[in-house]
Structure formats: C-alpha cells, structure tokens
Design a protein around this ligand. Structure first.
Ligand code: SAM
Length: 253
C-alpha cells in the first residue's frame, strides 16, 4: 500500500439516506452521517481481557484518526493489508494471521471484550502482523484507508439484524460496499460470509450490483481453506443455519 499523507475525505457515506427509524437511528444518522451497524451495549469483560486492554492496547492498536493510515509506520514494514471488519473475539483473525505471516491484518471492532480477547491472542501466540482499531469501521474505511490500497477485506458473520425494521442497520448496504470497494486495490478481494439466508441474498445482490466488483463464482463460493470456522458460524450451524461465503474481486482499473 502506498504511503499517503493526504486525507481522502470521501463523502460516499453521505449517500446513505436518513431513515424513518424509531429506534434512535435517525438521531444517530444526523450525528454520524450514517446509521450504525452496532449498538453500544454493556457487555461482560473478563479481568484478563481488561488487563490485555490496559497493557497491550498501546502496543497493538492505533486510535481512529481522520488521516490516512501509513502502512509502514503502522506495521513496521510494507506489505499487503487485509482489513477485517467485526472480528468478534478474534479467534479467526488470529488463526488466519498466523497462517499468513507475510500479510498485514488490520482488525476493526467496537466491542471491548472482543478487543481484549484478540489482544490476548496476539500476545499469547507472538503474532506480529495484526493491528487493531477500536472504532466504527464505516468511519475507519472512510477516513483512514486510502483508495485502491487494500489487498483484501474480510467481513465474517456481520450482525444479521434479522427484524425487517432493523435491516437498515446491516453493514453491507450499497453505499458502504461502494466505499469499501473503492479502497480495495484492483485485483484485491472482498470476502464475506453469513449464516442468515436472507442476508446472504442481500449480500449477493449488493455485491453483484457494485460496478467496481466482480464475482469469482456464479453466486456463492465454497469456503476457502484459509477461513476457519468462526464462533458465530459454529453457533449458526448448531441452530441449523446454512453458511454462505461470497468472494468478489476488485475489477482491474
Ligand atoms: C456477529 S459478530 C461476528 C464476529 C466474528 N466475525 C465471528 O464470525 O465470530 C459481528 C461483530 O461485528 C462488530 N461490528 C458491528 N458493526 C461494526 C462496525 N461498524 N465497526 C466495527 N465492528 C462492528 C460487532 O461488535 C460484532 O462483534
């Protein structure tokens, strides 16, 4: 990824229309410019996850800033950057990063316990190629990721927001997918997976409709070897859900 010093200031997210929501989404959209795909909730954090945050955060995380990320400074080396949005407890992130030591992984997550859990895994496994940003991924992608720069994007089991009135909170909607696609380098990939059939159909429709992307398969892709089964996937399978992977690539410019 090229070293960049300017700010992209893309306004693509302002394309998200305000919605007639009644659950705080309106106020949120006015304040942030978009409807968030998460809600802040009080969640349990273990003492060891909290300790990891207290001690390891300065070493392996970087703050959200309205300025483009400098890859060499961030990872201490150049190299392909894979962005993962919503890593949850980070077990998949850690496994993939261990199996692909030459790639740099940027994990973005808002959930405290998840950030603590991934920090612990980084430390326990001696992983050098993961950095964390604890912030809304929509703002990170918009403000910190240079156009045409990412080698790949992973979005595994994003919150399905199953109720129809909450679908507006789903992460993978046309304006954000367009923004994300614009940050992927030509030839780079966009890999997402879900265990909600209706969200899989939405993903397929939205990704297929994005002019910057092309599908690597006719529709859904077989799970590639590099993606281990995630925590949410295991839960979904236990509940009898199917699993759908989608792998698209950024078209050559
Ligand atoms: C259903 S969990 C899936 C976690 C993990 N990928 C897995 O498969 O086990 C979705 C995660 O995405 C995170 N998330 C949702 N919206 C986000 C956003 N806009 N920015 C960063 N993280 C987000 C949530 O906090 C949650 O941990």
């Amino acid at each position: 990824m090229a070293r960049m010093t300017s700010t992209p200031n893309s306004n693509l997210m302002s394309d998200i229309p305000p919605s007639p929501a009644t659950d705080g989404a309106d106020t949120e959209a006015l304040r942030t410019g978009h409807i968030r795909s998460f809600v802040h909730r009080r969640s349990h954090i273990t003492p060891s996850q909290q300790a990891a945050i207290d001690v390891l955060m300065p070493k392996w995380s970087l703050p959200y800033k309205n300025a483009l990320l400098n890859v060499e400074q961030t990872f201490g080396r150049p190299g392909p950057v894979i962005l993962e949005i919503g890593f949850g407890m980070g077990e998949t992130t850690a496994k993939i990063a261990a199996a692909r030591p030459d790639d740099n992984f940027l994990g973005v997550e808002v959930f405290n316990a998840g950030v603590g859990a991934l920090l612990k895994r980084i430390d326990e496994n001696g992983l050098q190629n993961i950095r964390i940003i604890q912030h809304d991924a929509v703002e990170v992608v918009r403000d910190m990721i240079a156009p045409d720069s990412l080698a790949g994007v992973h979005v595994y089991f994003p919150d399905p927001w199953p109720k129809k009135r909450h679908h507006k909170r789903r992460l993978l909607q046309p304006p954000f997918v367009h923004l994300l696609a614009s940050r992927i380098a030509p030839g780079g990939y966009f890999h997402c997976a879900t265990d909600w059939e209706n969200y899989a159909e939405q993903m397929l429709e939205v990704l297929s409709g994005e002019p910057l992307l092309q599908n690597t398969c006719t529709d859904y892709a077989p799970r590639p070897d590099y993606r281990p089964q995630t925590k949410f996937e295991t839960r979904g399978l236990r509940l009898g859900h199917g699993v759908w992977d989608l792998i698209f690539t950024r078209k050559p410019s």
